[in-house]
Design a protein around this ligand. Structure first.
Ligand SMILES: NC(=O)c1ccc[n+]([C@@H]2O[C@H](COP(=O)([O-])OP(=O)(O)OC[C@H]3O[C@@H](n4cnc5c(N)ncnc54)[C@H](OP(=O)(O)O)[C@@H]3O)[C@@H](O)[C@H]2O)c1
Length: 253
């Protein structure tokens, strides 16, 4: 990661879904910026490997938590405050999709799982973080959305609906929390090279088709997403709130 300085020294950042992909690279980047990070994920083994990979010593705390479970979210933020004293930044990074056909042909139980892990979890974490941040009258919340929340796509219907909900949640929270000096924004990437999207970009024929739809002619690397998130967490973005920064190489242009 290139050496751009965002002024995040000693900030305490909670990153949901920090055990791999974008969340893991964000955790590494924040530790490199001399911040303290709390990562969560559902699987303990994934978190142990992440702590080793982040290599941040006592600047890193890993807490197993399912973000759609309120008791897990409460325990996550309680552990963050107990260890580091407060929370300056929340990055709502968890996102998941399940293989589905059309929305009409999807069972309600599948709808619930996708909405709960993406949208309800983002609400639960934002709510808890904002309660902590408003006491100190400062904070940043950045959620990772997706262009699937702005354009319908096969197999991504309910996921896209959840992401659209996250974008509206971003606006509502920005509106409500501005009085507490808490800025709330989102970053909406197109496909990024992580395990989540590997079935697509690792198949050459599919990758070429996808790249045809991206004016910049390539699929995003994780680093393309990291810098916009760090910028939105920095003091230089102090007057930006309620916005969604689309990182898509021109796909929706
Ligand atoms: N990759 C892309 O092409 C792409 C494009 C646009 C937007 N995005 C968005 O970017 C974000 C990160 O994606 P990614 O590609 O880095 O995903 P990823 O590689 O699949 O990683 C997801 C992370 O979230 C954790 N997680 C999943 N469900 C969870 C839950 N209910 N509670 C707690 N942790 C949970 C996973 O750990 P466990 O499995 O241990 O829980 C893992 O650490 C997501 O919001 C995704 O929607 C990704």
């Amino acid at each position: 990661m290139s050496n751009v300085w965002y002024g995040l020294e000693e900030k305490v950042a909670v990153i949901t879904g920090g055990s791999r992909g974008i969340g893991l690279e964000l955790a590494k980047a924040l530790v490199a910026q001399k911040a303290k990070v709390v990562v969560c994920g559902r699987k303990k083994e994934g978190l142990e490997a992440a702590v080793a990979a982040i290599d941040g010593g006592d600047r890193v705390l890993a807490v197993p938590a399912h973000i759609a479970k309120e008791e897990d979210v409460n325990a996550l933020f309680d552990a963050a405050v107990k260890t580091f004293g407060h929370v300056d930044i929340l990055i709502n990074n968890v996102g998941m999709n399940l293989l589905t056909g059309s929305v009409v042909d999807t069972e309600p139980a599948t709808w619930n799982k996708i909405i709960e892990s993406n949208l309800t979890g983002t609400f639960l974490c934002s709510r808890k973080a904002a309660m902590i941040m408003r006491e100190r009258k400062r904070g940043r919340i950045v959620s990772i959305s997706s262009i699937a929340g702005r354009k319908a796509a096969p197999g991504m219907g309910i996921y896209g609906i959840a992401k659209a909900g996250i974008e509206m949640l971003t606006k509502v929270l920005a509106f409500e929390l501005a009085q507490f000096n808490i800025q709330v924004n989102a970053v909406a990437p197109a496909m990024v090279k992580t395990d989540f999207s590997k079935p697509f970009w690792s198949n050459d024929a599919i990758r070429v088709e996808i790249e045809k739809g991206i004016p910049m002619g390539r699929i995003a690397e994780v680093e393309d997403v990291i810098h916009p998130v760090l910028f939105l967490c920095s003091d230089k973005a102090e007057f930006i709130t309620g916005q969604v920064l689309v990182v898509d190489g021109g796909t929706l242009a």
